[in-house]
Write a protein that binds this ligand. Sequence first.
Ligand SMILES: [Zn+2]
Length: 381
Amino acid sequence: MAERSTAATMKWSFRFARIAGIDIAVHATFALLLGWIALSIWRSTHSSAAVLQGMVFVMALFVCVVLHELGHALTARRFGVRTRSITLLPIGGVAAMERMPDQPRQEILVALAGPMVNVLIALVLGAWIRLHNVAPPEIDADTVLLFSSPAAFVYSLLSINVMLAVFNLLPAFPMDGGRVLRAALAIKMEHHLATLRAARIGQSMAVVLFFLGILYSPVMMLIAVFIWFAAGAESGAEQLRHALHSVTPRQAMISRFELLDAGDCLQRALDLTLQTDQKHFPVRFSDNSLRTLSQRDMLGALRDGGEQVRLSALSLPLLATCDVRESMEQVLDRIQQENHAIIGVTDRQRLVGLLHLENILELMRIDAARDAHRSQDGMRF
Ligand SMILES: [Zn+2]
């Protein structure tokens, strides 16, 4: 899998290596998977050697998963796209790329590179088997994780790499095959419409996978749920991004707001909180810097210093600002990347408005309703 992400690593994940400048991390839930596999081998065999072999196999499998993700990441790098991290999850790996390549043809190559790594590994293992002339071991369902011989180990790893390649190539966006599908659609239609269509196909495939999972495998059910939500989220983000294309911060900002002065007492901020529905206040300091006072900071200061404390005595974070002429897409990226509750909008260094995520969403809702009204008007003719 390959994801567009701005975060360095996922929450609850731990970095354990760095390859080609990319952090390799493992998610905490991965330990649950290892524990579950160890427990199920132990229950059927009561052999610690079998448990150990099982663990070695899972490790080998996840080396293949990391190589798959590195296939994506290193191909993306050739097109100038950095990957921040690769995280191992129980359902596979996720490469967090800072963006997807703009050219559909480049995206196709990036998406294909992962499964091709698994094909390559399968070919190498196949060559090893031919070279050593080993017969396929008998594997039944109960002992599939028991590796009596190196041959059984290699055969299992080979078949699982073939499965990884085939499974990832399913056209279920945002799986690799789905990305190929989206990029292919994007050659002919607008990018956001291609994403919408690919996401719908992906979600229908997720439903099919989920029902197959009920019959065959709980892991498949998990993957189906992941595909459903990831397709929805990625498509939603893309539609929002597209809609913001024509919007400026001036349209989305709140232009009536209270600006506090560093010389003001906390009491004034508390009064304004009760009188208005503003939750964050910009504060101008004597050096002309703008800082921000949140409700949480306000309550903390009230507890520590009482209501007569001057705002200048508080250590407040700087207010992030954007220019009124910046594109809303960039501003949204910053709000999400830097996790700002609020951004000040400036026009030639002067603070003219405040912007937070809720404003942007509000504007989108108004726009959507206006569009719906327009199309109703159209229908009357
Ligand atoms: Zn992949």
